[in-house]
Design a protein around this ligand. Structure first.
Ligand SMILES: Nc1nc2c(ncn2[C@@H]2O[C@H](COP(=O)(O)OP(=O)(O)OP(=O)(O)O)[C@@H](O)[C@H]2O)c(=O)[nH]1
Ligand SMILES: [Mg+2]
Length: 447
């Protein structure tokens, strides 16, 4: 079936200096020609802007536009693409879209342009996903990782694994095809070496899942501690503006407050919580329940205490396994209470910018050293890749086990084929019909 010709506004809704409406598909040229009053299509120079008027079906002028024609298959989608830059008013853009719909285009689904780029072989699936990561990146590191992936870095690493597995399968299949020939010990050794290489490559990629998740979602960081310790003050300081209410009254914060901060490239999801104590009212008790739930899901816990007060009322904080705990000895501008002498923590005063800067540096070092985030090698897989690669790793281990146990090589070959499928799924080589919808529906329309 011939694909349809699709159209969408590619720029965000709202008013701006310019907006862009994009058309892609086999009928892109005739559809665009009906709306573009300017040069005839035969005189459209590829990838050059042409000035003209956009008109509706009755010939009425909608706007002055710049039209660019990208002939397939060398375009982003691999199809003929026409882009109109018009004035960025909401109504103008909407009218231009309607005129193109009237001229025969269909409204694009979210992510449909990128999906077509994938289906036409312009991008592999990891690159298509990187388009989304690039758009939603909120720190330099996340942007860099998305850029690497868009450049095909992950795709190439996955391809290397795929080739290892193909080679391995070929060797095992040769063994099946010539059963009468005794398998020479050196080919057994070469199978073992190949399998070890593929396993090591898989493990390396799998080990980047954690940093990938942090770059995409942010490290879950919870600020907790007794009432009045200065938790909300710290949140505000780290954010750089007064997000949470601060007061000398204990129990000011009732609900959790979540904000995103960029810690020198490392994204943190920072949550301020209600002070931990035996709460009196229902509302406060509910708030404290929420604080505990946040701590249970944290990856980094900042336990803030007022170091000018005794440690008597301070509840111990029990972070989940694998999470990091940092004791923040706040109010260091006041004399330290003897209870905190020798305590292992970072002295901070929310009244002094430099001491908060020192805390930021400490946290950055802690997060980066624990996750390898700052390394130049910033390939980082997402959860979908992780799922596929884990499956491949398990299949490969099963194949190794079967061969080592002296089972017939057919069994190992079956496992290897399944590992190949799983690896192929990462880049979209295997039949991936059902996962396409899942991936592209998360895109915005016009991308
Ligand atoms: N001297 C001094 N006072 C501080 C510091 N940090 C916060 N405060 C004061 O301590 C009081 C409590 O601060 P908050 O940030 O509201 O404390 P909290 O931990 O969020 O309190 P709850 O929301 O009630 O649990 C306020 O009066 C702040 O101005 C500090 O570093 N030094
Ligand atoms: Mg507070």
């Amino acid at each position: 079936m011939q694909p349809s010709t699709i159209v969408a506004i590619a720029t965000p809704p709202g008013t701006g200096a310019v907006a862009m409406v994009r058309v892609s598909g086999p009928e892109a040229v005739p559809v665009a020609a009906k709306v573009f009053a300017g040069r005839a299509p035969s005189a459209w120079e590829p990838r050059r802007q042409h000035f003209g008027k956009a008109v509706d079906a009755s010939g009425g002028t909608l706007d002055e536009v710049l039209m660019t024609f990208f002939p397939g298959p060398g375009s982003f989608t691999g199809e003929d693409v026409v882009e109109f830059s018009c004035h960025g008013g909401m109504l103008v853009t909407r009218r231009l879209l309607e005129a193109l719909l009237e001229a025969g285009a269909e409204p694009a689904e979210p992510g449909e342009f990128t999906e077509r780029a994938f289906l036409n072989g312009r991008l592999d699936l990891t690159q298509a996903e990187a388009v989304m990561d690039l758009i939603s990146a909120r720190t330099d590191l996340a942007l860099k990782a998305a850029g690497e992936q868009l450049g095909g870095r992950l795709g190439r690493e996955v391809e290397a694994i795929r080739l290892d597995l193909v080679g391995l399968l070929a060797q095992v299949e040769a063994w099946i095809d010539f059963p009468e020939e005794d398998i020479a010990p050196d080919s057994l050794a070469s199978i073992a070496a190949g399998s070890e290489r593929a396993a090591a490559r898989l493990d390396t990629l799998l080990s980047t899942a954690e940093q990938g998740r942090i770059l995409r979602e942010g490290l879950r960081t919870v600020i907790c501690g007794p009432p009045n310790a200065g938790k909300s003050s710290l949140l505000n300081r780290l954010l750089g503006y007064d997000r949470a209410i601060v007061s000398g009254q204990a129990g000011t914060t009732r609900d959790t407050i979540e904000e995103f901060i960029n810690l020198d490239g490392v994204p943190l999801r920072l949550v301020d919580t209600a002070g931990l104590r035996e709460g009196d009212g229902d509302i406060e008790r509910e708030g404290i329940e929420r604080s505990r739930a946040q701590i249970a899901g944290a990856e980094l816990v900042l336990h803030v205490v007022d170091s000018s007060e005794g440690a008597g009322g301070v509840e111990a904080v029990d972070p989940p396994a694998g999470a990091k705990l940092v004791l923040v000895l706040n109010k260091s501008d006041l004399p330290r209470h003897p209870d905190w002498e020798g305590a292992e923590g970072i002295a901070v005063s929310c009244l002094e910018e430099e001491s908060v800067a020192a805390l930021r540096e400490h946290l950055h070092r802690l997060v980066v050293s624990g996750t390898g985030l700052a390394s130049a090698d910033l390939v980082s897989i997402n959860t979908r890749h992780q799922r596929c690669l884990k499956r491949a790793r398990a299949d490969l281990a099963a194949a190794e086990g079967l061969l080592a146990a002296g089972e017939s090589p057919e069994f190992a070959a079956t496992e290897l084929r399944s590992a190949l499928d799983a690896v192929g799924e990462v880049v979209g080589r295997t039949d991936v019909e059902e996962i396409l919808g899942e991936i592209f529906s998360r895109f915005c329309i016009g991308k």
